[in-house]
Design a protein around this ligand. Structure first.
Ligand SMILES: [Fe+2]
Length: 217
């Protein structure tokens, strides 16, 4: 039974990692992500289940049967319309290119907080996109073998499945499926049982913040 304050997204977000708590009260409007994917255990909001790798936005309620969960306390206190705030994010966090070193990420307006690992098998960081309608670039493989989903935290974004990398021309990419995401939405899994992915990418709709979640296979 534990409640740990994670520092990886500070000072922009206050994030708690809650493990094995029968009851956990949430007061301000907060974004809760159920990370009990290995145990396949829903958590409950007034007796209604929130499935593993799904999220919800709640206030003034008690969560019950929390196996593993992340809580972004008062998540909407960060104002992405405030230029001073977004400039501070861009200064404090590294660009996607600085993180990955991959040529395809050069110049992308994506910025990432440090990464954190919880529960022995799950890693994440927070990513800020400083632009409207800006794709991250199609890919099918990651820097290591993990199961990946994304949770939207602020603003609007989407995960897209695309025909193939070859369709990319002047940033025109042939998309065949989209999962539109607002705060509290986690898209369906893209990986199959063998851990294979279709060509896919994140794309902002507005300037936004999302949480890539990487689970050891
Ligand atoms: Fe990916």
């Amino acid at each position: 039974m534990s409640v740990e304050k994670l520092t990886f997204a500070e000072p922009f977000f206050t994030v708690l990692y809650v493990e094995k708590e029968e009851k956990f009260s949430v007061e301000p409007m907060s974004l809760v992500i159920n990370l009990a994917h290995k145990a396949n255990q829903p958590l409950y909001v007034r007796d209604m289940p929130v499935a593993p790798l799904k999220a919800t936005v709640v206030a003034g309620v008690e969560l019950t049967h929390v196996e593993k969960a992340l809580v972004f306390l008062d998540y909407a206190k960060l104002n992405l319309k405030d230029k001073t705030t977004t400039e501070k994010i861009k200064t404090n966090w590294r660009s996607l290119y600085q993180c990955s070193g991959q040529e395809r990420h050069k110049g992308l307006p994506y910025y990432k907080s440090p990464k954190v690992r919880v529960g022995g098998d799950t890693e994440f960081n927070v990513c800020y996109v400083d632009a409207y309608n800006y794709p991250s670039g199609p890919h099918r493989e990651h820097d290591r073998n993990f199961d990946e989903v994304h949770a939207q935290i602020l603003g609007m974004g989407m995960m897209q499945k695309v025909e193939s990398k070859e369709w990319e021309q002047d940033r025109k990419i042939k998309v065949y499926q989209e999962f539109i995401m607002a705060p509290g939405i986690i898209h369906d899994k893209f990986y199959n049982k063998k851990g294979e992915y279709p060509w896919h990418q994140y794309c902002s709709i507005t300037p936004c913040v999302y949480l890539p979640i990487e689970i050891d296979r």
